[in-house]
Design a protein around this ligand. Structure first.
Ligand SMILES: Nc1nc2c(c(=O)[nH]1)N[C@H]1C(S)=C(S)[C@@H](COP(=O)(O)OP(=O)(O)OC[C@H]3O[C@@H](n4cnc5c(=O)[nH]c(N)nc54)[C@H](O)[C@@H]3O)O[C@H]1N2
Ligand SMILES: Nc1nc2c(c(=O)[nH]1)N[C@H]1C(S)=C(S)[C@@H](COP(=O)(O)OP(=O)(O)OC[C@H]3O[C@@H](n4cnc5c(=O)[nH]c(N)nc54)[C@H](O)[C@@H]3O)O[C@H]1N2
Ligand SMILES: [Mo]
Length: 903
């Protein structure tokens, strides 16, 4: 028996439970538990963690559940008395009466479940009670591709029900029935696949038995090794523990120690890994000969490309070559790619997917604040009073952050959503402004107008830290609210209430997405969002700021590394002769290219004009994901050389002259930078598949063939490249492979390795003073030019299950969960057009037409249509247009003038 005298021998920590306290003083297994999970609110239902507590040594003791009793000064805790041991045995024995007898011990070839460990810790009891039959005969559910349930092993601990609610913010799982007959149900007592389950797997991960498992049985696998790495999908940057047996990936779990995802992840990160050794993976380099791809050696491929590039360079000049880099690849690879284009070839024609994504965020925030990245961290959600979500749907696009935002909404934080679509978060929000697509500038001017007229500005902050406020104020005061209300389709009182709610919050956080950037007035919208934060003093503190939900796993990183035609690694201006000299010295060459490069849309136009002759594309499905596909195809057809470095044969690789098979993120080392500027390690899990090579190796080999030898050597090693990056990029001085540890570092990273959670602290803007800009709403040329003939506005976005071109997710069981792109149509429009659910319609614009199945939905207003762009069967970008953001050319995927008809 052991007692702890809290306030004398061991000071207690505020907020600790008795369980936390004993675990801290002794060890994690000091008290057996069953219904407890660190990530969940303590529940105290199973009583397995009971301890005896007295107010004085050897005084009268009371039995308490240690997991939900706060520790207090003066308590004496007896946690392993005979009485407690008997109690725990009794509880477990009772549970075992209704539990399969062959599941009490783990077989030799499996890791014991948590419950099996608890049974072992408590000591195998004799089961004295009669066998129950409440759970044993519940049919198992195997309909879902990833999650299966065998409720004969359910011990009614409620962990799955709580995880579903508290971690994911869904309420799919519930308990039904009473007493012994209580059991878990899904949705309205159906199967996982029929319920509204989002397949995140949080329930599986927490379940202490095998009542809920994934189909890979990851929890109980005895793996050869488990490697921690960073997810390849969105910009949240979840950490994953990948289990490997015999060189094959067998399952993924979310590490609870990960700062970013705290033991959670979505179905893509956890389950959608089967693409990696799919039979369709490109395994050999190929050159197209007489219209057909033929397998060739790496060396032959390199020689072919180098010869062609040099020919083109000699004949047309180096600016006839362009490069498109990949936000799916690592920082080191993106750094090398821009270096190859700039240094080994000699042009600034290098761009990446930020062009079609968040380029306006980088540009707009640089204008306003001086830095184009998120000002705060996602963890600030715990410290904010208001969340302003503008044109983003994180429940689908950034599911782990989305779940955190959903929790905050449900707990009653002030919540404002601006979106033309009634998303899940819009449905939960206190204020939902359902704008007409493309009218962001108008609605933000309205919000600013009301903040000014209601006297809710933070004049102190404005006077001390910002410039040009008065011009902005005069501009918005004069605007006609009735006119703007008409334009946006949102009642002015609804806007006013939202404006007041935002401005009155002590700490308000803005989050924005592509609903902002993929527009004709994208950059302007970003500057107006910056204005809102500045005019209310919501910059430079915890729980505030402007937080773009950056898209790809490494889109932040690709731009940091210089994958932009106007800025090199570290955002230095390539037009500035001093900067050119800086880079030339760092790269050990005589001269850097002097002319700013072309953006992707410019490159495609230049190809059509015959000015660009070669494109080197690393990991982007340009044909499928850029707008106006026929235009892109026309551009590609005009090229003399197309090189595509890919995992799969995509619409883009099909058009290539040379295909280079790249290794996926499981097969290489490197780093990804998430949307909070957090550089995290990607650790190699398995050997490269087939004859593939990491992009970094391919680029180093190519540079060598082009006559530039990478100073770190001809063998690609991420750690060496990181050293070079730290030397070139001023705000990454302290970056090292070792220093990144398990949770990464947020830039700026000082020389001593300290990182930065928040930018512009206390109004200290990077550019000196924050700058206000002001703009009028302007109707998109898409509507002005085509609106009369094509009266519907189509907006395109994403679904949870698929990722962009779907190249990877379509090659996993996600495809069986969601196999189609649908067109969402308001019921009234459906009635007029005479269509019902699942009907196929032809949707057409000025650019072309495609066929697509319909889903009737009240989430879109009359006159508005919504769809996604994941399935090549539909190929929606055939109909999207070439209008883009005025400043950055980011395409306006969110406003497409269309019409449709039943086929
Ligand atoms: N599951 C999944 N996750 C992804 C991706 C994926 O393909 N699938 N892609 C990743 C990438 S590359 C990115 S960039 C991110 C994108 O993530 P998000 O930025 O969330 O992307 P979207 O869903 O395209 O658009 C966001 C929202 O903008 C709204 N919107 C459209 N037009 C307007 C408008 O005029 N005004 C306003 N206020 N809102 C508007 C849409 O209705 C939508 O709800 O997601 C990343 N994560
Ligand atoms: N209609 C419409 N179109 C859109 C959008 C929209 O909202 N609506 N959103 C746009 C946005 S925001 C974006 S970011 C783009 C995304 O467009 P893309 O960047 O083209 O799309 P992804 O599918 O993410 O990835 C491209 C390719 O990278 C490959 N890949 C993955 N990992 C690696 C790797 O390690 N190395 C190499 N070499 N290749 C790899 C994949 O196989 C995939 O084919 O789409 C844009 N297109
Ligand atoms: Mo994106």
């Amino acid at each position: 028996m052991k007692a702890y005298i809290n306030n004398i021998a061991h000071p207690i920590i505020q907020g600790e439970t008795i369980l936390d306290f004993v675990r801290r003083i002794e060890d994690r297994n000091a008290i057996p538990t069953m219904c407890q999970d660190d990530r969940l609110e303590n529940f105290g239902s199973c009583r397995v963690c009971s301890v005896e507590v007295a107010r004085q040594k050897d005084g009268i003791t009371k039995t308490m559940a240690s997991c939900h009793t706060p520790v207090a000064n003066g308590q004496y805790i007896y946690h392993n008395t005979d009485k407690m041991k008997r109690l725990r045995k009794n509880i477990v024995e009772l549970i075992l009466t209704d539990y399969p007898s062959d599941k009490i011990f783990a077989p030799d070839d499996k890791i014991p479940t948590e419950f099996q460990k608890t049974i072992a810790q408590i000591g195998i009891p004799n089961i004295r009670y009669p066998k129950g039959d409440n759970h044993l005969d519940i049919e198992s559910d195997r309909a879902h591709p990833y999650i299966k349930s065998d409720l004969s092993q359910c011990i009614n601990c409620y962990r799955c029900v709580r995880a579903c609610e508290e971690i994911q913010g869904e309420m799919i799982l519930n308990m039904s029935g009473r007493g012994f007959a209580t059991n878990i149900i899904k949705g309205f007592d159906t199967t996982f696949d029929e319920s509204a389950c989002v397949s995140c797997g949080a329930c599986v991960q927490t379940c202490p038995t095998e009542a809920l498992t994934d189909t890979y049985e990851t929890k109980t696998l005895i793996a050869d090794k488990t490697v921690r790495t960073t997810c390849t999908y969105c910009g949240v940057g979840c950490q994953l523990d990948v289990s490997v047996i015999d060189g094959k990936i067998r399952g993924i779990q979310a590490p609870e120690t990960a700062e970013v995802n705290e033991g959670h992840t979505c179905l893509k990160g956890r389950f959608a890994f089967q693409f990696y050794d799919h039979p369709d993976r490109l395994r050999e380099p190929m050159i197209k000969k007489n219209g057909k791809f033929e397998i060739v050696t790496w060396n032959e491929t390199y020689d072919f490309i180098a010869t062609k590039l040099i020919q083109i360079k000699n004949k047309y000049g180096v600016d006839a070559i362009g490069g498109i880099s990949s936000s799916r690849a690592t920082n080191e690879e993106n750094y090398l790619m821009q270096k190859m284009i700039r240094v080994a070839l000699g042009t600034n024609n290098i761009d990446g997917c930020a062009r079609v994504c968040h380029a306006p965020t980088a540009f707009g925030m640089q204008q306003a604040f001086g830095t184009g990245a998120a000002t705060n961290s996602v963890e600030d959600l715990k410290d904010t009073d208001a969340i302003f979500l503008f044109g983003a749907n994180p429940v689908k696009g950034h599911p782990v952050t989305g779940a955190k935002i959903k929790q905050a909404f449900m707990k009653g934080v002030t919540s404002i959503v601006v979106d033309p679509v009634k998303t899940k978060l819009a449905d939960l929000a206190t204020h939902f402004l359902q704008v007409r697509p493309g009218t962001n500038v108008a609605i933000l001017n309205m919000i600013a107008h009301y903040i000014v007229t209601e006297n809710l500005v933070n004049q102190d902050f404005i006077d001390t830290y910002t410039d040009k406020y008065n011009d902005f104020k005069d501009h918005v005061i004069d605007l006609d609210m009735d006119e703007l209300s008409e334009l946006t389709g949102v009642d002015k009182d609804v806007v006013k209430a939202a404006a007041i709610a935002y401005a009155k919050a002590d700490r308000a956080m803005e989050f924005h997405g592509l609903g902002v950037t993929e527009h004709f007035q994208g950059s302007k919208t970003v500057m107006l969002l910056s204005n809102l934060a500045m005019m209310t003093g919501n910059v430079g503190r915890k729980g505030v700021g402007l937080n773009p939900l950056r898209g790809q796993n490494n889109v932040q990183g690709a731009a940091d590394m210089g994958v932009q035609p106007h800025q090199g690694a570290g955002y230095l201006d390539v037009n500035d002769p001093k900067i050119q000299q800086y880079y030339a010295e760092k790269y050990g060459i005589a001269k850097m290219p002097e002319k700013e490069g072309l953006k992707i849309p410019d490159m495609l136009d230049a190809a059509i004009e015959g000015k660009i002759k070669a494109l080197y594309i690393m990991g982007e499905d340009t044909i499928m994901t850029d707008p106006n596909s026929y235009h892109s195809i026309k551009a590609f057809e005009n090229l003399e050389l197309i090189v595509v470095q890919e995992l799969f044969m995509t619409a883009t690789s099909e058009m290539a002259d040379v295909v280079l098979p790249a290794s996926s993120y499981f097969e290489k080392n490197g780093t990804f930078t998430n949307g909070e500027r957090r550089v995290q390690r990607v650790n190699k899990v398995i050997e490269p598949i087939g004859n593939t090579k990491p992009d970094g190796q391919i680029i180093i080999d190519m540079m060598h063939k082009l006559g530039y030898d990478q100073p770190t050597g001809l063998t690609y090693d991420a750690a060496n490249i990181i050293e070079e990056i730290a030397d070139v990029i001023p705000f990454m001085k302290g970056l090292t492979w070792e220093g990144l540890g398990t949770n990464g570092l947020q830039w700026p990273i000082k020389e001593d390795g300290t990182d930065t959670k928040m930018l512009h602290i206390d109004g200290a803007f990077k550019k000196g003073k924050g700058t206000f800009h002001h703009f009028d709403f302007e109707e998109s040329p898409e509507i002005v030019e085509h609106g009369a003939n094509y009266p519907f506005i189509l907006t395109t976005g994403r679904e949870l299950e698929h990722y962009n071109s779907g190249t990877m997710t379509r090659r996993t069981d996600n495809q069986s969960i969601l196999s189609k792109d649908y067109l969402e149509v308001n019921p009234r429009d459906a009635k007029i057009k005479g269509i019902t659910d699942e009907d196929i319609v032809r949707i057409f614009s000025d650019r072309g037409s495609v066929n697509i199945p319909v889903k009737i939905s009240k989430n879109v207003k009359k006159g508005i249509l919504r769809t996604t762009f994941h399935q090549p069967e539909v190929f929606i970008n055939i109909i999207t247009g070439s209008v883009g953001d005025k400043e950055t050319m980011t395409p306006e995927y969110k406003v497409v003038a269309v019409d449709f008809e039943k086929v």
